[in-house]
Design a protein around this ligand. Structure first.
Ligand SMILES: *[C@@H]1O[C@H](CO)[C@@H](O)[C@H](O)[C@H]1NC(C)=O
Ligand SMILES: *[C@@H]1O[C@H](CO)[C@@H](O)[C@H](O)[C@H]1NC(C)=O
Ligand SMILES: *[C@@H]1O[C@H](CO)[C@@H](O)[C@H](O)[C@H]1NC(C)=O
Ligand SMILES: *[C@@H]1O[C@H](CO)[C@@H](O)[C@H](O)[C@H]1NC(C)=O
Ligand SMILES: *[C@@H]1O[C@H](CO)[C@@H](O)[C@H](O)[C@H]1NC(C)=O
Ligand SMILES: *[C@@H]1O[C@H](CO)[C@@H](O)[C@H](O)[C@H]1NC(C)=O
Ligand SMILES: *[C@@H]1O[C@H](CO)[C@@H](O)[C@H](O)[C@H]1NC(C)=O
Ligand SMILES: *[C@@H]1O[C@H](CO)[C@@H](O)[C@H](O)[C@H]1NC(C)=O
Ligand SMILES: *[C@@H]1O[C@H](CO)[C@@H](O)[C@H](O)[C@H]1NC(C)=O
Ligand SMILES: *[C@@H]1O[C@H](CO)[C@@H](O)[C@H](O)[C@H]1NC(C)=O
Ligand SMILES: *[C@@H]1O[C@H](CO)[C@@H](O)[C@H](O)[C@H]1NC(C)=O
Ligand SMILES: *[C@@H]1O[C@H](CO)[C@@H](O)[C@H](O)[C@H]1NC(C)=O
Ligand SMILES: [Fe+2]
Length: 666
């Protein structure tokens, strides 16, 4: 999904409207060859792609469209909506190409879909290709159709037609965003770190919130946990529950009897489905599984996503015995290696550098001056929402570009100088990569904040995957602060949400360096906003996933910056913007919908509330012509500054051998 996609595709479209081919694009550096198994499978007993019944079951969820034939040759498996200014983006996925430009027919009533919108398709060389996987549980072709110039706050109906073997969808609907300045109350479902295992309770409560009218969902990264595909082949360790032995993962509510069912002979103990296995054992299949599982929300309301560390690559670090190094680097099954030697080239090319994440979603980066699915913003009623990338594209980002791996006067890193999660940059770096203000993302944030009309959107909420503050102190938090905190405070951002740490933690209003703004605390559940001085920080990372909860270690304690810490319940956040002076945040438990925490933010609003709104039926966004994801990703070369210290990657590599750090790499 690069500039070349757009131009190649536009070329194809104009040359011949009848022969439309989706373009495959490598998003990765391939200077060193991948030497691992053609298709890495996390199941020694059953090394086949579709499973032969001996090992972990290959879990599947229903596709977006039920095929009309029992032996379909192609199918619409995923539908996912997102906002674009004055319109909607409809992203859908099929295992095979469509042969025609993707399209939808639409209209203002279900019985009259008189309009047609078409778009573009893209694909990538996934491992394994869909030709080796079931048609209704695999996505390799990604279709992007935008409808713009729509009325705000209006429900439209649409249908995706059949093409090259797919079954047409039912007539479905979406509702456009309220115009900036529309003063009507609304609710948003905010979630982080929602994988598959352990998350059914949270997801059920989120579906309930959507059925009760939540406008959209906002997921701040760590989506499918696809990179935990190998959990079934790593031995369990006391401090690392990501293994299938049935004692450390948790699920909401009573544990079903099937979780205790003995496993096939030779299989590792586990928990999950009837025969064990609570994740698919293939990276790409985990993406398919998760995207199909969340369909009840993504096909109903916009599902706005952000990158998390689990989107970066096929693995973050090795396990006990360096089993992954043996498997991925040396192509040895069920073996060990003397030390962890995972590099950028250890994962199959399609499983590096946020490739699946880039292809499988379509956020309004280009429409908001940002970049693809990485950073973007949008308005809804009285609020401006800012999605930041807490993983790459700022100084000392947790995943870093090759330029940070260089030593001496190198211009490209040696294989052993790279790290498995090396990624990006996705925007330009104008000068040294060590200086925040040189980054496109940081420059964009300053511009985006400066352009906000607080009379229209008095509330400004930012989110990235990573927190700036938590009682689980970690060095990345200082780097997040250095990149973003100054700007967010300067422009009076009201709240900063994050996840990554798998618990729920509400901080007191904080100024720079974690200074508690006691003057703004009204009571235990009410803060005043204090523009320029402090903002509310919330860690909302307890949706549930294979890695279970985070907990304070025995040598850690809850810090005094923290008002509420919940290490027990899975759940998500329900944000309700009431008016120009008040919003409420609720932490909803997945197990039963209990409101586990509640915070009201009060604003001394002295402007003209909602005055920017030109009333009903118009939006403030500029209608743009449809463009494929990331088409605005600049191709500015990264200046190689040379002399860069290899410290960061070296220390990461040294640490990577120890599973003890796993808990810090949520
Ligand atoms: C990995 O090993 C398998 C058999 O164990 C073999 O078929 C395959 O060709 C090997 N791959 C590479 C890249 O050497
Ligand atoms: C994997 O290796 C371990 C230790 O060498 C052995 O006990 C186990 O049986 C092997 N598992 C399979 C499925 O080959
Ligand atoms: C149509 O689908 C078939 C699989 O059913 C696939 O092999 C073919 O490539 C697709 N056609 C196009 C033009 O993508
Ligand atoms: C499972 O792993 C935990 C540590 O994560 C350990 O305490 C427990 O003994 C293991 N159980 C089995 C059956 O291996
Ligand atoms: C989605 O909705 C359908 C129909 O209501 C239901 O059967 C299914 O269980 C839901 N999926 C999930 C993951 O909750
Ligand atoms: C890294 O690889 C180079 C060869 O490309 C080798 O000279 C060097 O010793 C290796 N460094 C380490 C730390 O293994
Ligand atoms: C990751 O992809 C981006 C474009 O999407 C590219 O500019 C960057 O160089 C890639 N990074 C690596 C480490 O391959
Ligand atoms: C920030 O706070 C920490 C303790 O929380 C302290 O050690 C550090 O010196 C402070 N830094 C600045 C710049 O005030
Ligand atoms: C406020 O919270 C503290 C700490 O959790 C608690 O001790 C206190 O009783 C609470 N006060 C009220 C009025 O709820
Ligand atoms: C919170 O703890 C820090 C030290 O970690 C201390 O400097 C600060 O004064 C404390 N703040 C309050 C309000 O107690
Ligand atoms: C009222 O708003 C203006 C800008 O809109 C700001 O400069 C001023 O400080 C505000 N006054 C109060 C009392 O909040
Ligand atoms: C929109 O129009 C309706 C009736 O036409 C009116 O009741 C409502 O207040 C209007 N809302 C705004 C934001 O102007
Ligand atoms: Fe994370």
């Amino acid at each position: 999904m690069k500039v070349t996609t757009a131009s190649a595709l536009v070329g194809a479209l104009s040359l011949s409207a009848t022969r439309v081919v989706a373009v495959a694009l490598p998003d990765v550096d391939e200077s060193f060859p991948y030497t691992g198994p053609a298709v890495p499978i996390g199941d020694w007993v059953d090394p086949t792609i579709n499973g032969n019944g001996k090992g972990f079951p290959r879990l599947v969820e229903a596709p977006a469209v039920t095929p009309s034939s029992s032996t379909p040759s192609n199918n619409i498996n995923v539908i996912s909506l997102s906002y674009v200014p004055a319109g909607i983006h409809i992203h859908y996925q099929t295992p095979f190409g469509l042969g025609v430009a993707p399209s939808v027919s639409w209209g203002t009533s279900a019985s009259s879909l008189s309009q047609t919108a078409s778009g573009q398709s893209h694909t990538y060389d996934r491992t394994p290709p869909c030709s080796m996987v079931g048609v209704t549980q695999c996505s390799q072709f990604f279709h992007e159709v935008q409808i713009t110039g729509l009325k705000a706050d209006t429900t439209y109906f649409y249908k995706i037609p059949a093409a090259n073997g797919t079954t047409a969808s039912d007539v479905m609907s979406f509702t456009t965003a309220r115009a900036a300045g529309n003063p009507t109350e609304f609710t948003v479902a905010v979630v982080n770190d929602m994988g598959y295992t352990n998350a059914q309770g949270t997801f059920t409560q989120m579906m309930k919130a959507v059925d009760e009218g939540a406008a959209f969902a906002w997921h701040g990264g760590d989506l499918s946990y696809a990179d935990d595909w190998y959990s079934g082949i790593l031995p369990c360790e006391d401090d690392w529950p990501v293994c299938y032995n049935g004692t450390s993962s948790e699920i909401p509510g009573p544990i079903p009897p099937s979780y205790d069912t003995p496993l096939p002979a030779g299989e590792t103990a586990n928990q999950g489905g009837p025969l064990g296995g609570d994740m698919s054992v293939l990276y790409e299949s985990n993406w398919d599984l998760w995207q199909q599982w969340v369909l009840n929300i993504t096909a109903k309301v916009p599902y706005m996503v952000q990158p998390g560390n689990h989107e970066a690559a096929c693995s973050e670090f090795d396990g006990p015995g360096n089993i992954l190094t043996a498997y991925l680097n040396n192509n040895e099954t069920n073996s060990t290696a003397p030390e962890s030697a995972l590099t950028y080239f250890s994962c199959p090319p399609s499983q590096r550098n946020f490739t699946a994440y880039q292809e499988r979603f379509r956020m309004p980066g280009s429409e908001s001056g940002g970049v693809g699915n990485f950073w973007y913003s949008f308005d809804y009623g009285l609020a401006h929402f800012i999605s930041l990338n807490g993983e790459t594209d700022f100084a000392k980002s947790p995943e870093f570009p090759f330029v940070a791996d260089l030593t001496g006067d190198e211009t490209t890193p040696k294989e052993n100088e790279t790290y498995v999660t090396d990624s990006g940059p996705f925007g330009y770096i104008n000068g040294s990569y060590k200086i925040n203000k040189n980054y496109e993302q940081v420059q964009w944030l300053a511009k985006d904040l400066a352009a906000i009309d607080r009379n229209k959107t008095p509330w400004v909420i930012a989110m990235s995957h990573r927190p700036m503050y938590s009682s689980e102190v970690s060095s990345y938090q200082k780097n997040l602060q250095a990149a973003f905190e100054g700007l967010l405070l300067e422009f009076g951002v009201d709240a900063y949400f994050a996840g990554h740490i798998h618990w729920y933690e509400r901080m007191f209003p904080l100024g720079t360096n974690g200074t508690i703004d006691t003057a703004s605390i009204v009571n235990n559940n009410t803060y005043n906003t204090n523009p320029g001085v402090s903002m509310t920080h919330i860690v909302n990372g307890a949706a549930g996933n294979l890695e279970s909860h985070s907990t304070l270690d025995s040598d850690e304690k809850q810090l005094n910056i923290t008002a509420v810490l919940d290490q027990v319940h899975f759940g998500f956040g329900k944000l309700t913007v009431h008016n120009c002076s008040a919003l409420t945040w609720q932490y909803i438990w997945g197990q039963d919908g209990t409101v586990g925490d509640e915070l009201t933010l009060l604003k001394q609003f002295n402007g003209t509330c909602g005055s920017g709104s030109s009333g009903n039926g118009t939006t403030n966004g500029t209608a743009t012509s449809p463009t494929p994801t990331g088409s605005s990703i600049p191709k500015t070369p990264i200046p190689f500054t040379g002399g860069a210290s290899g410290m960061e990657s070296a220390s990461f590599l040294a640490l990577a051998g120890s599973i003890a750090i796993a808990a810090y790499l949520l």
